[in-house]
Design a protein. Structure first.
Lengths: 273, 175
């Protein structure tokens, strides 16, 4: 065979497993000399699954996906919303339900905008005039539950009052604001949020909780036994909650991240396109 | 199950769960044991508000009678408690008039009146006036029949005048 030889082939029909491939119009390029023993042999086999996907199996899969999306996912997010403001009082183990401050709603709104920007949620994939009204409403309830969960995540991770509250709030705002103008893909956004929330959790429920003086002791006894903790509690206006609060908030955060992982960018069903 | 059924189920479950969470954060129970009590209170409140909205609200007659009995026995604190339970929405002029009257009778003194109770009574009687300007009690045991008269008693009782130092004042009777 000569180098640089142009070979024009007519349309070739290959009969392969019943499929007909047409119009291999031109092969335009160098032809290389290849030793005979290296000539690739066409021994590729296509594995054909012996399991036949029956319409029933397809329906079951579709049902499973629908259950996950319309039942399980909102329940996860709403559980996060339930746990996010839940604290346990250190004095009498009483439940304390803290309503989210306004700043949490603002942060949650920015976070949702970020989700849309990073294509974690595609607006036209969730709401469309081609969908049925029921589907649009069902999708809206998922987003409402996501918003409630996001609000409560910030409620859980922000310190309750005083200087730490404003410091954390500023840091959250700064990060979210910067992220709004950054180029994100879904994976990076989730990594960034995981890091942000993880850090906030560690700072609040490990560091600040460690600085808080135990409530069982009297003030004077506390000053003598542990002056540093008493001083930090007083200076930073730290609330005293039972250790169980940290565990509740840990699982809340885990549920939230699982929920985000399960969230699909779009809910378009092939049958509806 | 069809997809639309799953979507409907999801909408109902989500709505119910959202309402439960909102209720929980509203009533703020201190423990799990407190949940049924709070739920019962909420149901009662909702029922009353609904009755008010649709115009079928009525005073709890049994509680009112208990209150009246305590009022006539000069047990005014118990009387007020029962009246307030009987008319939780504070919409019945007659019940509210008795509440105001209980402040008058409890606060009345031959030498000096209890100003704090009289002030509360004045606030209460203003509520009666707002509810029904033309209210007139049909209770024969009450000497003061109208809110205007009772209001006058409260206002006069709160004023410090020369007549307050009249020694004959001790002879006056509670109405």
């Amino acid at each position: 065979m000569e180098k640089g030889e142009r070979q024009k082939e007519k349309t070739v029909s290959l009969q392969s497993g019943g499929a007909e491939i047409k119009d291999l119009s031109f092969v335009d390029g160098e032809l290389l000399e290849v030793p005979i023993d290296e000539i690739p042999t066409a021994k590729k086999h296509t594995k054909i699954s012996t399991e036949i996907e029956t319409p029933k199996t397809k329906n079951e899969n579709q049902n499973q996906k629908s259950y996950l999306q319309y039942v399980f996912l909102p329940l996860i997010f709403l559980t996060v919303a339930l746990l996010g403001g839940w604290r346990i009082s250190v004095t009498d183990d009483a439940f304390v339900f803290l309503k989210p401050p306004l700043v949490c709603l603002i942060f949650a709104t920015i976070l949702l905008v970020l989700f849309f920007r990073a294509n974690l949620i595609k607006l036209d994939g969730w709401f469309s005039e081609n969908f049925s009204t029921l589907k649009n409403i069902a999708n809206a309830t998922i987003l409402v539950s996501l918003f409630a969960a996001s609000t409560q995540v910030f409620n859980a991770l922000l310190p309750e009052q005083g200087l730490p509250f404003w410091t954390f709030a500023f840091c959250f705002f700064w990060t979210l604001w910067n992220n709004l103008f950054a180029e994100f893909d879904t994976k990076r956004l989730l990594q960034s949020l995981g890091g942000l929330f993880g850090l906030a959790f560690v700072l609040k429920y490990l560091l600040l909780a460690g600085l808080t003086a135990p409530a069982s002791k009297s003030w004077i006894q506390g000053i003598f036994e542990n002056p540093a903790q008493e001083a930090f509690t007083w200076l930073l206006d730290l609330p005293k909650f039972a250790p169980a609060t940290g565990y509740i908030q840990f699982f809340m955060l885990v549920f939230y991240l699982i929920g985000l992982f399960l969230l699909k960018p779009e809910t378009i069903d092939k049958r509806e396109v | 199950m069809k997809e639309k059924h799953i979507q409907t189920l999801g909408i109902f479950l989500t709505t119910f769960y959202i309402m439960f969470i909102a209720w929980l954060y509203l009533v703020e129970p201190k423990s799990l044991e407190e949940l049924p009590t709070r739920a019962q209170t909420t149901i009662e409140n909702v029922t009353t508000k609904t009755q008010v909205a649709i115009g079928t609200y009525e005073v709890d007659q049994a509680k009112f009678n208990e209150g009246l009995k305590a009022f006539r026995a000069d047990n005014f604190i118990v009387a007020r408690d029962n009246f307030e339970r009987a008319d939780t929405e504070k919409r019945d002029a007659r019940t509210q008039f008795y509440v105001a009257y209980s402040f008058y009778r409890q606060g009345f003194g031959k030498i000096s009146n209890d100003d704090a109770l009289f002030k509360q009574g004045l606030e209460q009687i203003n509520r009666v006036v707002a509810l029904d300007k033309n209210f007139k009690s049909d209770d024969a045991n009450l000497q003061i029949k109208t809110p205007v008269e009772l209001k006058n008693e409260f206002e006069e009782g709160l004023k410090v005048t020369a007549s307050d130092f009249n020694p004959l004042k001790v002879l006056r009777e509670r109405k």
